[in-house]
Write a protein that binds this ligand. Structure first.
Ligand code: NAI
Length: 331
């Protein structure tokens, strides 16, 4: 099936082509993001393959539908960038990658937590510069501390299990409780109690209208003073301006994010030789107690291999008229 692959980086091209080996789909790689102005590059492609920062809104879907697209396959678990209802109206199916190493993201969240708490990136930068001073590098033991997990699905559960292994008390908040979370030693509480009691809060829920800015000024004020916030889920879960204010006042003791609300214009590209006009991200990276990474939590051999294989399998199933196992259901 003719498939336009947007936001295609070198690793996408290599690994998607490898997964496509026997399937033999005709892949048209496009390095640009999918937007209204690039949608024309998918002319004649029945399938369009996208990533997290592509714009798949109603307008873009209208263009794709007129050009013959019948399937949008996102190389991600989250699908908040796709207007699924509009896709249905245009007769376009939407598939995602429901299952791929959730360990990749959970382990990275733990890494971010250790990095920000123990100042590992700062320490490494110092020693490279011949500075072996420990001033400003003190962290705290995670053992015995309370960890709040918002969203206890696949990734949140694994994160909770790892943190239980550190000897932490695990609190969770999720409108749809997961029995395995209790078996892992976690206890469900309301979001206010979770924020008030947790030394660390880690976000593992999807971005929806209900969760947008779930961490806002009000919830930051209700959080335990000096607590650390980790976000590997989606940038829109956090009101970044409110987080900056909380960092300035000391209410927030540390912030480690792999996702950022305005990341679409920044992430997955080398901007090191340009002037970055986003003052919010520039302010964020100026804090000594903030770590920002560029949406790489999923980026392991295991996870990316699985993402590519599932994507190709979905396109093949669609071409053959078979059941779509990873179909995104209408809202
Ligand atoms: P999942 O669907 O297994 O779990 C999500 C959990 O969030 C579910 O248990 C759901 O009930 C819960 N939830 C929904 N609304 C909620 C609310 N209002 N408050 C609290 N919990 C709520 O999804 P999975 O695989 O664990 O992924 C979680 C998120 O991680 C994805 O939606 C995606 O945004 C993000 N992600 C980030 C990656 C990265 O590279 N940084 C890679 C993969 C996923």
């Amino acid at each position: 099936m003719k498939t336009a692959v947007f936001s295609a980086r070198r690793y996408d091209k290599t690994l998607l082509a490898r997964a496509n080996g026997d399937a033999g789909h005709e892949l048209r790689f496009v390095e640009d993001r999918l937007t209204l102005s690039t949608a024309g590059l998918a002319e004649g492609c029945e399938a369009v393959c996208v990533f997290v920062n592509d714009c798949v809104d109603a307008e873009v879907l209208g263009v794709l539908a007129r050009q013959g697209t019948r399937l949008v396959a996102t190389r991600s678990t989250g699908y908040n960038q796709i207007d699924v209802a509009a896709a249905r109206q245009h007769g376009i199916e939407v598939v995602r990658v429901t299952d791929y190493s959730p360990h990749s993201v959970a382990e990275f969240a733990v890494g971010l937590l250790l990095g920000v708490n123990r100042k590992i990136a700062r320490a490494s930068a110092r020693t490279r510069d011949g500075n072996f001073d420990l001033e400003g590098l003190m962290g705290f033991d995670l053992h015995g501390k309370t960890i709040g997990v918002i969203g206890t699905g696949k990734i949140g559960l694994i994160f909770a299990r790892i943190m239980a292994g550190f000897g932490c008390t695990i609190l969770g908040h999720d409108p749809w409780p997961n029995p395995a979370f209790g078996q892992a030693g976690g206890s469900y509480v309301g979001v206010d109690e979770l924020l008030a009691r947790s030394d660390v809060v880690s976000l593992h829920c999807p971005l929806t209208e209900a969760t947008r800015h779930i961490i806002d000024a009000g919830n930051l004020a209700r959080a335990k003073r000096g607590s650390i916030l980790v976000n590997t889920s989606r940038g829109g879960l956090v009101d970044t301006e409110a987080a900056i204010a909380a960092l300035k006042s000391g209410q927030l003791g540390g912030l480690a994010i792999d996702v950022y609300e305005q990341e679409a214009n920044l992430f997955f590209q080398d901007l090191s030789s340009t002037i970055i006009c986003d003052d919010v991200i520039q302010r964020l990276v100026s804090f000594p107690n903030v770590i920002v990474t560029g949406h790489q939590a999923f980026f392991t051999v295991e996870a990316v291999g699985q993402i590519m294989q599932t994507t190709i399998d979905s396109i093949t199933a669609f071409e053959r008229g078979e059941a779509l196992l990873n179909r995104v259901p209408p809202a």
